[in-house]
Write a protein that binds this ligand. Structure first.
Ligand SMILES: Nc1ccccc1C(=O)C[C@H](N)C(=O)O
Length: 216
């Protein structure tokens, strides 16, 4: 049996919100007492919590979620440990260099900063982020999805979106607000980030998971 590692933050009303996005509201619509069954009304932005960005998020010509094959969200990836990075620090090409032999064209790259430990603190917004040259390097390597355990691949302090644009112009998917990456036992392995099938979707919450293969 394969063990599944859950890389997803819980969805609730107190989760961190990207500046300017709607806050999360979860209300009972029907209740057991009044209606004989429980139904909730959920209001949240499409880029809140553990979620995937479709290229259409920043690229007007980019694909929306309903136009992407499911095979784009499930696949093998390389986990890059950048947990040495501090406040607002940059993840650059030299951080990727040492993993070159593991990274294959057509696969995913996942960055572990360890910033998920600040999820409910102000510090969460001062996260490490990629440089434009690192983003271009990943494009050149033929990577198809970038994951990270921070609020964004770009700096949230700078309010620029160069990394988003570089990746999305190359059709690369982005998964943000991952967690628990320290539980992943191998540099290379199988991930799944399936989104909801939202018509013209620019992004969607995902249940992010890693499949741990048995040793024997
Ligand atoms: N909500 C936004 C509003 C304006 C500009 C960017 C965002 C983002 O969501 C960026 C985020 N890091 C993302 O790609 O999902």
């Amino acid at each position: 049996m394969e063990r599944i590692v859950d890389l997803t933050h819980e969805i609730d009303a107190s989760m961190p919100i990207y500046p300017g996005d709607p806050s999360v509201e979860i209300k009972s619509w029907n209740t057991h007492e009044k209606n004989g069954c429980q139904i909730s009304k959920i209001l949240m932005g499409s880029h809140t919590g553990t979620h995937v960005d479709a290229p259409w998020h920043f690229n007007p010509q980019g694909a929306s979620l309903d136009n992407l094959s499911l095979s784009r969200f499930v696949g093998r990836g390389t986990l890059i440990d950048v947990s040495n990075k501090g406040v607002n620090e940059k993840i650059d090409t030299k951080d990727i260099d040492t993993y070159q032999t593991h990274i294959n064209s057509g696969e995913f790259v996942i960055f572990r900063t360890g910033w998920d430990c600040y999820y409910r603190e102000k510090m969460y917004f001062k996260h490490p982020s990629l440089t434009e040259t690192a983003a271009k390097m990943l494009v050149d390597m033929g990577v198809t999805l970038i994951g990270i355990d921070t609020l964004s691949v770009d700096s949230t302090m700078d309010k620029t979106f160069f990394v988003h644009s570089i990746l999305m112009n190359a059709g690369i998917l982005i998964v943000e607000n991952l967690c628990n990456l320290k539980e992943i036992p191998s540099i290379h392995g199988m991930y799944s980030f399936l989104p909801l099938k939202i018509k013209k979707g620019d992004g969607s919450p995902v249940r992010a998971i890693f499949f741990e293969s048995p040793v024997d």
